[in-house]
Design a protein around this ligand. Structure first.
Ligand SMILES: *[C@@H]1O[C@H](CO)[C@@H](O)[C@H](O)[C@H]1NC(C)=O
Ligand SMILES: *[C@@H]1O[C@H](CO)[C@@H](O)[C@H](O)[C@H]1NC(C)=O
Length: 290
């Protein structure tokens, strides 16, 4: 659940640079909404979320993450959006967690508040999320990118987990998702030294990112892929995402069974009839998400 979606928040005064978004897809969202640390915009059927704390290189403070969760939940609920792109600036996707904000924390408080717990909400988003990573994706930034479904990298992207140098460890998936993406030896090297980073090409070769593009074309390229995904039948897209996500959790036989039943279930949809008719008639399918 995204409990922040409907709870009232204190909204700061608008500045000239802040786009105002009206979310009309659900009645609870019908109001002008202003974020402090992110920008949101819809491009076609794609929701674009841009981390926007330029002075802090998009350091992931608590409020920023709350806003990301809210924006994700809105796009997840918006029938006109089929996929989401998450990006930062050309200099930094996100340079890490906000160290200033956490440096004086003590154990009992972090435990009681379940520090970083709300970072996991992004995993519940049903629509596919593409991370478009330019510049630094370090620490929490690397973990945030890995929480997305697809990563595209700009040529100057840098991925790393430097937490060990601060006397801590990654706390939002860095020890778990990284090993699945790049293998044990490289993950150990990165996490244990804190100073072995991956550039875009290395990240692509290891399978952490699926494509490297020039920095200035990165967001457009991610939106293009997201648009393509959004043009497919949304039921099958979300089932496919759920199944791939599931493959990290369940034994193969359970995953295969779950896959087969969901596959069979799609034969109850109008989009399966349309998709297969269009294939037979050699035309482009026109899906209605039914
Ligand atoms: C992905 O898997 C995690 C862990 O099982 C789960 O919490 C999350 O809800 C799943 N997300 C989707 C979209 O299926
Ligand atoms: C797709 O189907 C919808 C609903 O049946 C229809 O309104 C629309 O015109 C169709 N679009 C195309 C490109 O055929």
């Amino acid at each position: 659940m995204f409990r922040n979606v409907i709870s009232p928040r204190i909204v700061k005064p608008l500045s000239a640079h802040t786009p105002v978004r009206a979310f009309s897809s659900a009645s609870v969202l019908q109001r002008n909404y202003k974020y402090q640390h992110i920008l949101t915009e819809t491009r076609g059927n794609v929701g674009l979320i841009t981390l926007n704390r330029p002075k802090a290189l998009n350091a992931l403070c608590n409020d920023l993450f709350t806003e990301v969760n809210e924006a994700m939940a809105k796009y997840d609920a918006d029938a006109n959006v089929g996929a989401i792109v998450l990006t930062g600036s050309e200099k930094a996707f996100a340079a890490g967690a906000d160290i200033k904000e956490m440096k004086d924390n003590n154990f009992v408080d972090t435990y009681k508040k379940d520090m970083l717990g709300h970072w996991a909400k992004i995993s519940d988003v049903k629509k596919p999320i593409i991370a478009a990573v330019n510049g630094y994706a370090l620490g929490g930034g690397c973990e945030l990118a890995m929480s997305c479904d697809i990563i595209y990298a700009g040529e100057k992207a840098v991925f790393g987990q430097p937490e060990i140098k601060l006397g801590i460890i990654p706390g939002a998936g860095g020890t778990q998702r990284l090993v699945k993406a790049v293998g044990k030896s490289k993950a150990m090297e990165m996490v244990l030294t804190g100073s072995v980073n991956l550039n875009a090409t290395e990240a692509e070769n290891l399978g952490l990112v699926s494509k490297v593009v020039p920095a200035d074309q990165l967001v457009d390229e991610a939106i293009k892929t997201a648009g393509k995904i959004a043009s497919m039948s949304q039921g099958s897209v979300q089932m496919a995402k759920e199944l791939i996500n599931k493959s990290f959790e369940v034994p193969l036989s359970s995953g295969l069974r779950f896959e087969r039943v969901l596959f069979q279930s799609l034969f109850g949809t109008a989009d399966q009839k349309e998709g297969m008719a269009a294939f037979a008639e050699k035309r482009k399918a026109n899906f209605t998400n039914q």
